[in-house]
Ligand binder design. Structure first.
Ligand SMILES: Cc1cc2nc3c(=O)[nH]c(=O)nc-3n(C[C@H](O)[C@H](O)[C@H](O)COP(=O)(O)O)c2cc1C
Length: 364
């Protein structure tokens, strides 16, 4: 891909994006207790439609995969209807939007989950530390039940059904959340996957879940509508990293060709995580022939630099988008940015969600 500037339009598969900036997925916990979409979610995303592409917050693909308080799902008719309002509002503003499908796996608490749901994971190993709950405060992470092999295959089909639901709801595509310690990464890493069936053990076996899920989803909705997010060197949710895992990410990058339109890499150095080795980014870039999105701590200068040097095709920005609905305009004109209010990242309601001012309001 030729070197372009941030604000020029670009292609992602068949989709024309207005610019090279992606709004990074951010969980905001503004859904209902029952994981339904709320009206303010449509407002929030429509306000941010200036992004070339929005990737939504992590969305539960099934009741077993929806383990946090007030995160939305995409597995009931009501949820599909709720998301239709969101995608329509974004499209009305000229934006494009992918749904991030996040099966929380072991990072879940039963108190948040629908009736009959269960905390399932590759192995019966609890994450260290605690999880926030609305009704019980901080709680130890529960010990998940280990999936049977049949249930692993069923979890792949849940991603497929949720992806079909996403298309029905008007999304332009889906991003499978393979980062940050959620289910796909729980399969990928040996610290959370001690299975002895074909989904555990070797690199090939630990990558099988991610590859079968992306293959099945892309067959159902199209490769050009399927992306994946990965976090080599990520440690969030008790996922200690060992450089030996680089091999798994290199293997994945190679085998994701033909299954996804993009790989979206996470770098949480700006949030206190260890630095992502340049080497692994280069290896992924070399092995994967599709679009590469980089994220984590990007400002305009770094983003331009990553595009110009050919290191990335698109740049995802998180917290600045959260706090600046008109971020693209502000970056274009080098205008000052609103600071994000950390205290309202995950709280219900409009405060710290839909009430961040655009530049004209700040100036007035
Ligand atoms: C409030 C908040 C919620 C987040 N939720 C998600 C999420 O649901 N899925 C995900 O992949 N990353 C999530 N992230 C990580 C961001 O996508 C991004 O990688 C991170 O904020 C670093 O980028 P930044 O420096 O541009 O903010 C979240 C980050 C924040 C601040």
């Amino acid at each position: 891909m030729s070197a372009q500037t941030l604000f020029q339009p670009t292609q992602l598969g068949n989709l024309t994006l207005a610019n090279h900036l992606v709004m990074a997925p951010m969980t905001r916990n503004r859904a209902t207790v029952g994981h339904d979409v709320t009206d303010i979610m449509a407002d929030y995303y429509a306000q941010r439609a200036g992004a070339g592409l929005i990737v939504t917050e992590g969305i539960g693909p099934s009741k077993n995969g929806t383990g946090y308080a007030r995160i939305p799902g995409l597995y009931t008719q009501a949820q599909i209807a709720g998301w239709k309002a969101v995608t329509a509002a974004v499209h009305e503003q000229g934006g494009k939007i992918f749904a991030q499908l996040m099966n929380t796996g072991r990072v879940a608490h039963p108190v948040h989950m629908d009736e009959g749901a269960e905390v399932l994971a590759p192995s019966a190993l609890a994450a260290a530390g605690q999880i926030y709950t609305d009704t019980l405060g901080m709680q130890n992470h529960p010990t998940p039940r280990e999936f049977t092999t049949e249930e692993v295959k069923a979890a792949i089909q849940e991603f497929v059904q949720a992806a079909k639901n996403a298309i029905e709801a008007g999304f332009d595509g889906v991003e499978l959340h393979g980062a940050n310690g959620y289910l796909i990464e729980q399969f990928l890493r040996p610290t959370t996957n001690q299975r002895t069936d074909e989904y555990g053990g070797s690199v090939e076996n630990r990558a099988r879940f991610a590859l079968e899920a992306t293959e099945a989803v892309s067959k159902a909705i199209g490769v050009e509508k399927t992306g994946i997010r990965l976090s080599p060197y990520g440690v969030f949710n008790d996922m200690p990293y060992d450089p030996a895992y680089d091999e798994a990410y290199a293997y994945l990058a190679e085998h994701l060709n033909g299954k996804v339109v993009y790989i979206h890499l996470v770098d949480h150095t700006s949030m206190g995580a260890p630095a992502v080795e340049e080497k692994i980014i280069e290896v992924i870039r070399e092995k994967f022939k599709g679009t590469l999105i980089l994220s984590g701590g990007y400002d305009k200068a770094r983003a331009e630099e990553a595009l110009q040097s050919g290191k990335a095709d698109l740049i995802a920005i998180g917290r600045p988008f959260l706090a600046n609905p008109d971020l693209v305009e502000r970056l274009k004109t080098d205008a000052p940015l609103n600071a994000p209010d950390f205290t309202t990242f995950y709280t219900p309601g409009e405060k710290g969600y839909t009430d961040y001012p655009v530049l004209a309001e700040v100036e007035a």
